[in-house]
Design a protein around this ligand. Structure first.
Ligand SMILES: [Zn+2]
Length: 227
């Protein structure tokens, strides 16, 4: 049976003449070709013109990568789910964006990823002196070095330094401190007769499901010297 399909753009509603290619919105459940959502060349051009990526800020949390994109026309798309594809050097997002924009996003992604890697700690040493004061000496993969940072633990359990350090260093320190605390707890329990000179321990070892509220929140200082 021969049927015809009128070429009407599903975006602007105008009838159009297609070029070499016909653009349409992919819909897996499409039953009838007459329900196909066509897009006219003008609307495609408009879409491509709109997606001039000016800035892209990536964020990764629990292995979920998202990006906030700012376009040249000022529009902002916040926290789009996205995946970086190394093979094609593109970043695909939950939103339909032109291929050129996907490639631009990948360039932003690469810079961001390299920066992330350079922020990671290459090494970190803690030192607790006789007075119980804790100091950290660390080097990042990118070569930043901090010597004998004075650490203080706030009432809420978060660490504090007298020196100004970037947030990413602080985040790494929190993780490193956890490992150190576990180590100290192990040592102090192994050497039970020795007086505790200070350290860290999780206050909430029971109830595994209560451990969600920030990793460091469960640690408290104990065994302050002089008591
Ligand atoms: Zn159109």
């Amino acid at each position: 049976m021969i049927r015809s399909l009128s070429l009407v753009c599903s975006v602007c509603g105008a009838a159009f003449a297609p070029g070499q290619e016909l653009y349409y919105k992919q819909e897996p459940l499409l039953q009838d070709i007459r329900e196909l959502k066509l897009i006219c060349p003008d609307c495609i051009r408009c879409w491509e013109k709109k997606w001039q990526v000016e800035d892209a800020i990536f964020q990764e949390e629990n292995y979920v990568l998202t990006v906030t994109v700012t376009l040249a026309d000022g529009s902002v798309y916040k926290n789009l789910d996205c995946t970086a594809l190394e093979e094609t050097e593109t970043v695909v997002t939950g939103k339909d964006i032109p291929e050129e924009a996907q490639r631009t996003l990948y360039r932003f992604y690469k810079t961001w990823r390299e920066e992330q890697e350079s922020h990671k700690l290459e090494d970190c040493f803690f030192d607790r002196d006789a007075e119980g004061n804790l100091k950290a000496t660390l080097t990042t993969a990118g070569g930043e070095h901090y010597e004998a940072l004075h650490l203080r633990i706030r009432a809420d359990g978060s660490p504090e330094t007298a020196e100004d350090i970037p947030d990413y260093i602080m985040e790494e320190l929190v993780t490193a401190l956890k490992a150190y605390a576990a180590q100290e707890a192990m040592i102090s329990s192994a050497a039970a007769p020795m007086p505790r000179t200070g350290g860290f321990r999780r206050s909430e070892e029971r109830g595994k499901n209560t451990r969600k509220t920030g990793d460091y929140g469960q640690m408290r200082e104990f065994g302050r010297p002089g008591r």
